[in-house]
Design a protein around this ligand. Structure first.
Ligand code: NAD
Length: 406
């Protein structure tokens, strides 16, 4: 951020400071505007009758988790308890975007007439599960819905104490593939070394299904799963263009473990009339997806093609479709042979994929703007951190520690 006016003064002008695939600053008013924009989309689309009174969203502060919380709160009229791991602001440094998003959502929830509470905690730890059980008992009651939307590079295992680090690597042979240097707007070739067995085991430990199962254990033991309880976790199956780095790589192994957990949880929840499903979602720009090699180039082409075919959805539009068509009462579920909910059908439709496959070998730095939507990708990336939103004065001084007004 630029221009901090003296150590005893909290006013500062906040500008984006981008380091690779992360922005180290976040704009509080921009983040609030981003949450409001998503809430407005949901309110305009109208209420969704899904029988959800109390929802828990793990990973509630950004991306698909934030969108799910907004759908639960503003679409379904549910009280929401959210868990995320974000950094609060100091007088010298802005908070992480998710911290401002949570504050903005809580303020807006009051106006919506629904309860919203957020815990800033490591969701992988037993302590977070205990805190959630306590908060549900005190303020909410049994859950109708749990959305598991964590995306993390590390997990300290609650039983062994081992710190597992997930990696995004291909498997088998070294991979040479086209990718995108987003900062420079250059199409480049990357070479990625394959992951080892230990990389797979670590990535499964972080992004697989074990923690989801531990959450259900803790909530079930505490008697906090309502009859008909539903839980969702998210996967990306994607186009075969991204399979070498995603579905066929270390992360794909973790997502296979999520499928395993969903099957086990379905059996376990059946006596309650409950169900667990993995939902396969489309590619969107989030903090997690920006960090995956190759994916930003694929997404630039995807966005251009889906916009041309009038099929494009951002995070909130996509999760709206998930809730409105798959969670609403009487919904006809779009399940695949593994029992996953599929809302990635538009991304994976033949007209979209044929056109991306045609463009993939042709795309270069020179024609990227014509064949792909780098501008759209970059705008979405800045929006995550509260930059580039309409109606926000980015030259105004602000106090990074102030809470938004409801
Ligand atoms: P994101 O980076 O936007 O959000 C991750 C969330 O996890 C944040 O709220 C963060 O605070 C929280 N978190 C991380 N570590 C935590 C911890 N230890 N304790 C508590 N909270 C923690 O990610 P996203 O892209 O929305 O991903 C969410 C899920 O959706 C992932 O399973 C991802 O694989 C899946 N998915 C994403 C895409 C995509 O294109 N982004 C597509 C399909 C599926």
């Amino acid at each position: 951020m630029a221009d901090q006016r003296g150590s005893d003064c909290l006013a500062m002008i906040v500008k984006p400071r981008i380091r690779g695939f992360i922005c180290t600053t976040a704009h509080p008013l921009g983040c609030a505007a981003n949450v409001r924009r998503q809430l407005d989309t949901v309110k305009t689309a109208g209420p969704i009758e899904a029988g959800v009174r109390n929802a828990l969203v793990l990973g509630c502060s950004g991306g698909y988790g934030l969108a799910s919380r907004i759908l639960a709160g503003a679409g379904c009229g549910a009280n929401t308890l959210g868990v995320s791991l974000e950094k609060p602001p100091t007088t010298a440094k802005t908070a992480t975007a998710g911290w401002y998003n949570n504050a903005a959502f809580e303020a807006e929830a009051t106006a919506l007439g629904v309860r919203a509470q957020t815990l800033n905690a490591d969701a992988f730890a037993d302590a977070a599960k205990d805190q959630v059980v306590e908060a549900l008992k005190e303020n909410f009651g049994p859950l109708d819905l749990l959305v598991y939307s964590l995306a993390s590079p590390v997990r300290k295992h609650p039983r062994t104490g081992v710190l597992h680090r997930s990696v995004i690597k291909p498997l088998g042979e070294p991979l040479r593939m086209k990718s995108l240097n987003v900062d420079k707007g250059e199409v480049v070739e990357v070479e990625l070394a394959p992951g080892s067995d230990a990389d797979v085991a670590n990535t499964v430990a972080v992004m697989g299904g074990e923690d989801w199962e531990l959450w259900i254990d803790a909530l079930d033991r505490a008697g906090l799963l309502a009859p008909g309880f539903r839980t969702l976790a998210f996967t990306y199956l994607g186009s075969e263009l991204t399979w070498p780095i995603y579905r066929g790589g270390t992360l794909g192994k973790a997502k296979e473990d999520l499928d395993r957990a969903a099957t086990a949880l379905r059996a376990r929840l059946a006596p309650l009339g409950g169900v667990a499903r993995v939902a396969s979602l489309k590619g969107v720009v989030t903090q997690a997806s920006s960090a995956i090699p190759v994916v930003p180039l694929y997404m630039s082409l995807l966005f251009k093609v889906m916009k041309e075919q009038a099929l494009h959805e951002g995070c909130i539009e996509h999760i709206h479709r998930l809730f409105a068509t798959q969670l609403a009462r009487g919904a006809a579920l779009r399940l695949d042979e593994s029992g996953r909910i599929r809302v990635d059908d538009l991304e994976l439709s033949e007209p979209v994929q044929n056109e991306i496959r045609r463009r993939w070998p042709l795309v270069t730095t020179e024609n990227l703007h014509e064949l792909g939507d780098l501008a759209g990708f970059k705008a979405d990336f800045l929006n995550i951190f509260g930059f580039g939103l309409d109606g926000v004065d980015y030259d105004a001084d602000l106090d990074p520690t102030a809470r938004p007004l409801g």
